[in-house]
Design a protein. Sequence first.
Length: 449
Amino acid sequence: MILFDKIAPKLPPWRERIAGLVKECGSVKICDVTIEQLYGGIRGVQIQVSDISYVDPLEGIRLRGYTIPETLELLPKLEGTEFPLTGGIYYLLMVDEMPTLAEALEVEEEWKRRSQIPEYVLNMLRSMPPETHPMTLLSMGITALQNGAVFPKRYDVGMPKVDYWEATLEDSLNLTAKLPALAAFIYNQKYHHGRYIPPDPSLDWSANFAHMIGKAADTHYHDLSRLFFLLHSDHEGGNVSAHTAHLVNSALSDIYLTCAAAMDGLAGPLHGLANQECLRWLLSVMKQFGGLPTQKQFESFARQTLSEGKLIPGYGHAVLRTTDPRFTAQYEFGKKYLQDDELFQLVDMIYQTLPNVLMDMGKVKNPWPNVDAINGTMQYHFGVTEFDFYTVLFGISRILGLTSHAVWARGLLKPIERPKSLTTKMLERMLCDADLMPERETEPGSRAA
């Protein structure tokens, strides 16, 4: 198996490198944590190492060191297509090398051999009430696939710790291979009366998803799928879904339980629903103006919206201080293929107008669009208009990165994650001992020390 053969020789020097850091510099402090951060969701606290991806404030997400433009340019593509094979981005995330076309295709072929979903999983999904949320179905489907997990079976018979990564890789390939068919089944079951479209063995991972949701003839949507899945494949290790996956997998829960838990986190409205909210807002603007507003009308509307203390979704980012390259990649696709779409024209108008308004009104540190400002518009144009399905698309893409992190975490022998918690009274005593706050006569709440 190509991924095993490529990863195996990389692990010993990596283990030696990390062991050296811990031995020689283990007591060096990296980050001071404030009380505000402790009570504020430990936002921005550096608690994890991610060598697979990193968000550069000025260049956006880097995947194994490559920027999005570099990734799109260098990853191999099939003849006649505009965007890279998903098998290529998975190879890059897993192996830390830019693949050849042959290597990317070998991953794609490995996926095809493993793509069959057991009938009991499909029957379980069919049995759910029709109003069940698609993210619930995705989580259930992934959990149900756990019956075939390799890791727990090998663990139960005494698998050596240094081999944990091999079983995790095997499970990762089995799971990721099934994601396009699983997502397509959920889409068709929920929105298209349970129709079944079998996979086409001649198509790649991303194009097969498009084919299985009824877009076999739409090659532009095939390419958009390739682009979308690449852009959303990973995003550091500290966001809710990535951190959840790392935490759960650190307990040696297998990749199915790990990714199901991550999808449960992604389903939360503060994490994976931003693309839906952006699209709803765009459609509400179109409805308010009875169509596409003029640039002058939109600028006036934006100023009024902001002056009333309301937010305009899709603009600003916790880390980025420039236009999100993932937005730019889809924007360029839209300029080529969606020029006559009024909703895309509105996205374009906002992009040309809103940053100057935000800077003029001093509303945000970063007035530029993030990827969610355009995600929904692209799917909506191609007829995928079911808002609550968008997070499923996000999820099956993100699992590419989650499984890569898990394989390497097991390969580098990372331990269970077990941080320490404090009580509020402990914090208050620490501050009093440092003469930073007066002693209180009574303490609200718990009597715990």
